[in-house]
Every structure is written in C-alpha cells, then in structure tokens.
Design a protein around this ligand. Structure first.
Ligand code: NDP
Length: 244
C-alpha cells in the first residue's frame, strides 16, 4: 500500500467518516489537510494526529464557498508542496417527503453534497494539471443505489455525484484517478442533521440497529489510495452485512 508521504485533503474531516479517514491515513504516514466548519473539532483531531507522530494541518472550510476550498488546497501546497488526493466527503442528510416542500433543505443539500464536490474538484484540478497526476475520492451513498422514500433529494445529489465521477473518470483517461465510495449505514453524526424530530429518532433507531463503524469506509479509502499509480479503483460499495 502506497500511503506514506501522500498529501491528502479531506473535507468534512471534523467527524464521522472524514475524521476516521484522516486518522487512519495519518497513522499510515499520509500528511492530511483537514477542512470543515467547526474549528475546535478540527484543532483537536489535528492535535491528536500530531501527538501520535503523524502530520496534519487544518483550515476552517465551508464547501458552499468555492474560495474556502481553494484556500484549503492552497494550504496543502504551501505546507507540503503538492496535493495528491482530495476526498470530497462533506455532506448532510436533511431527509423529508418531497411534498413537504422543504425547499431550504433541498437547496442546502444541493449546495453541500453536489456543488461542494464540484468546488472540491475545481480546487484541485489546476494543481493536478501542473503535477500531471492526482486522485479524487468522492463519498457517495448506497441511498443513490437503492431508492427509498424520504431520501429523494439527498439520493439525487448523491447520484449526481456518481454521474459526474464516472464522466470525469472517462475524460481523464488515466491522467487522474477517480474513485466513488458508497457507504451504507455508518455510525456517525449524520442523522443529527435530520430536522423532523420523529424522523430523526426513527432513523437513529434504525441506524443503531445495523450501522457499522466509520473505519470500514476509512479502510476503503486507504485501499483506493494505496493502489499503484496505474490502478484505479472505480466504485466501492461498503455497507453493513445486515443492511437491506
Ligand atoms: P457526519 O455528520 O459525522 O460528518 C459530516 C461532515 O461534513 C462533518 O465533518 C461536517 O463538519 C461536514 N460538513 C457538513 N456541512 C459542511 C459544509 N458546508 N462545509 C464543510 N463541511 C461540512 O456524517 P458522515 O461522516 O456520515 O458523513 C460523511 C459523508 O458520508 C457525507 O457525504 C454523507 O452523505 C456520506 N454518507 C454517510 C452515510 C452514513 O450512514 N453515515 C451513508 C452514506 C453516505 P462541520 O459541521 O464541522 O462542517
């Protein structure tokens, strides 16, 4: 596995899957550049990595703001000289019936889950062009594969990312490596963002019955990054064995 020395930018690194990937990659010798909105979380995760002998820096990053992503990538280049990988992981799940018309939630999911990924790609591509290589890992979802009620807009943003990832993969013809990872139910803070209290507790009950650890997704990230430069891992689905 070629992880040691890789420069990896991670969005949504302040909890859940992003945090688990940061810790696992740093433990294997990657230099991680962490972005999210909560500075105190980022600071404590970066400090923990450094205390354990790893390398990590962070910048407060809202993926709704294109300049924040540019600054995050700039931090990687200033600090470590280049960027090898971006993990577009930041995401929210504000689930509701479509006929409830929670338009503000639709817009927020589109801005973060879809446009945030595009802004991440836009931030790294100029560096990848200079370097002649680079890797994009997009965290998608099984909810984009098995369509269920209440997740329509969330799954729509995730399936848009799946489509964009595949087109980008075909266009890049080996110049860049593009990986999509679709987690199933993972034990994280994601369900806390569900605004409707009844739906939140129903979802949390369901998740706690079958969900698996974020380390399962971090391991898939490590697998995708660790392949030789001529090997691209296209799509990975990682879900609880007990998930429908
Ligand atoms: P968490 O809620 O634990 O993590 C989400 C992360 O995204 C946090 O670090 C949060 O940090 C960050 N984030 C949210 N909004 C923004 C923003 N505007 N700008 C920057 N960062 C933001 O959930 P998960 O770890 O589960 O989620 C990670 C990804 O995995 C998401 O894309 C999610 O859709 C996907 N996923 C999760 C599944 C699960 O079962 N948990 C299943 C399938 C996919 P902060 O608030 O500090 O900004």
């Amino acid at each position: 596995m070629e992880i040691k020395g890789k420069i990896v930018v991670i969005t949504g690194a302040s909890s859940g899957i992003g945090e688990a990937a940061a810790r696992m990659l740093a433990g294997l010798g990657a230099k991680v550049v962490l972005g999210a909105r909560r500075p105190e979380r980022l600071e404590s995760i970066a400090a923990g990595i450094v205390k354990d002998g790893g390398e990590a820096v962070f910048a407060v990053t809202d993926v709704k703001r294109r300049e924040d992503l540019s600054n995050l990538v700039k931090l990687a280049v200033e600090q470590y000289g280049r960027v090898d990988v971006i993990i577009n992981n930041a995401g929210i799940a504000r689930l509701s019936r479509i006929d409830e018309l929670d338009i503000e939630a639709w817009e927020e999911m589109i801005d973060i889950n879809l446009k945030g990924v595009l802004y991440g790609i836009a931030a790294v591509v100029p560096e990848f062009k200079k370097q002649g290589y680079g890797q994009v890992i997009n965290i998608i979802s099984t909810s984009g594969i098995k369509i269920v009620p209440l997740q329509g807009v969330y799954a729509g943003t995730k399936n848009a990312v799946r489509t964009i990832s595949e087109a980008f993969r075909q266009e890049s013809k080996g110049a860049y490596r593009i990986t999509g990872i679709s987690p199933g139910m993972i034990r994280t803070e994601l369900t806390e963002g569900i605004t409707d209290p009844a739906m939140r507790s129903a979802m949390q009950e369901h998740v706690s019955a079958v969900a698996i650890s974020a380390d399962a997704i971090a391991s898939a990230v490590v697998f995708a990054i660790g392949q030789p430069s001529d090997v691209e891992v296209g799509d990975i689905v990682v879900r609880p064995a007990a998930q429908d």
